[in-house]
Design a protein around this ligand. Structure first.
Ligand code: NAD
Length: 368
């Protein structure tokens, strides 16, 4: 018994669902963390190296993210073990089979995450009647196509930059992971005068102190190619992205990429966390002690889920952008002010904000 509940604490997880279909070797885990604020929204991640612990931590991050954003939704996450680049027909089979097991999990609304996209969400909605991040033709706001999370990150950088006296005109940004989050963050920041001096994907790192051409890199990725195929800039290993000197360093790929053992290599002033749980707590503490401002994931990257929640209610893309801008600016400011006042880690201030919301909601519910 104890083993099954080793992750349980004062907030959840309320349910951990293990899905296994031996005939097609489909293995997945769904974690519904806390639904006090409403039905949980959380992404479906497909990768070969996902784990139960990662899923639990990501589900909790969604509880905090949704609560901090003032959304009437709890937090959840699911992971499917598999290579997201598998053949499209096999992927559809796998996703539909996963979704069919979720028909009765009515307090979980799946959304896209690494390795899944709007088409996957359309299959899930077809099987279960619920999903967000859908294609436009079935009522979705294509959040990755319009760059909802990258737009929110840029709003966060605006506020946090002002906080540390960083002029965005000519500021240098480095982005780890040039996917849905990373490439749009680069695009929206460029509109504020920020220069992209380094970017990475699984193929490696591309660096150029004089600035990379964002549109060309986006076109390259959209053509299914790798950043290292670009004809300009220095080609380095994936890990070398940590060493590039910059003013803003955006993690937009995997969890725990900056840890106690490599945090000393990071040379930057501001880290708005695009990815979920990208740094360990030790790394955030070390950066705080060095005066590097880290805006925690569930404040900085809430743009996607705000957009999803607006979609769920039948809202428009325009309303989603307005809401993201307003909410992320207000939250970034509130967290940074509280952190400065209490001399606390921004994550501690952000957690206090989110926990307050969840505790209030829990008091209003019978079984929470
Ligand atoms: P994505 O699959 O579109 O892009 C991920 C990118 O990261 C790809 O370019 C991939 O090549 C790269 N990558 C993977 N491993 C890497 C590594 N070790 N080093 C360098 N690059 C690597 O995924 P996404 O939707 O952009 O999500 C990225 C992160 O942001 C995830 O942590 C996700 O949970 C988080 N997030 C996404 C959204 C959203 O709206 N999509 C919202 C909030 C948070």
């Amino acid at each position: 018994m104890e083993d099954a509940f080793r992750f349980a604490d004062a907030f959840g997880p309320t349910r951990i669902i293990h899905i296994y279909r031996p005939t097609m070797e489909m293995k997945a885990i769904v974690v519904v963390d806390n639904t006090s604020c409403g039905p949980a929204i959380g992404g479906v991640r497909m990768a070969l190296d996902v784990s139960l612990e990662e899923c639990i931590r990501l589900a909790r991050a969604m509880t905090w993210k949704n609560a901090a954003a003032g959304l009437p939704h709890g937090g959840a996450k699911s992971v499917i073990f598999g290579d997201p680049r598998m053949h499209a027909a096999a992927k559809e089979q796998l996703i539909r089979s996963f979704a069919s097991a979720l028909r009765d999990v009515t307090d979980y609304i799946p959304g896209p995450d690494m390795g899944t996209n709007e088409h996957c969400m359309a299959w899930i909605k077809d099987e279960t009647g619920r999903a967000v991040g859908l294609p436009g033709v079935v009522g979705g706001i294509p959040l990755d196509e319009i760059g909802a999370t990258g737009f929110g990150l840029a709003a966060c950088v605006d506020v946090a930059g002002e906080f540390i006296g960083l002029d965005l005109q000519g500021a240098r940004v480095v982005i780890q992971g040039f996917g849905a989050v990373g490439r749009h963050a680069a695009r929206f920041l460029a509109k504020k005068g920020v220069i992209l001096v380094g970017a990475s994907d699984t193929s490696g790192t591309l660096a150029d102190a004089s600035g990379l051409d964002i549109d060309k890199l986006i076109a390259l990725k959209q053509a299914g190619r790798a950043l290292r195929d670009h004809d300009k800039g220095a080609k380095l290993s994936s890990d070398a992205i940590i060493d590039i000197d910059c003013d803003i360093w955006i993690p937009a790929a995997r969890p725990d990429v900056v840890r106690a053992d490599n945090v000393s290599r990071l040379r930057t002033r501001l880290v708005p966390q695009g990815a979920n749980i990208p740094f360990t707590l030790e790394a955030e503490q070390a950066l705080h002690a060095r005066g590097v401002l880290v805006v925690p994931d569930f404040i900085a990257n809430a743009g996607g889920v705000i957009c999803a929640a607006i979609e769920f209610r039948g809202g428009t893309q325009h309303q989603a952008f307005d809401h993201i801008d307003e909410r992320i600016r207000a939250n970034t400011r509130a967290v940074l002010e509280e952190s400065r006042r209490d001399k606390a880690l921004p994550r501690a201030a952000a957690l206090a904000l989110a926990e307050r919301q969840v505790r209030i909601a829990m008091q209003m519910r019978r079984w929470h």
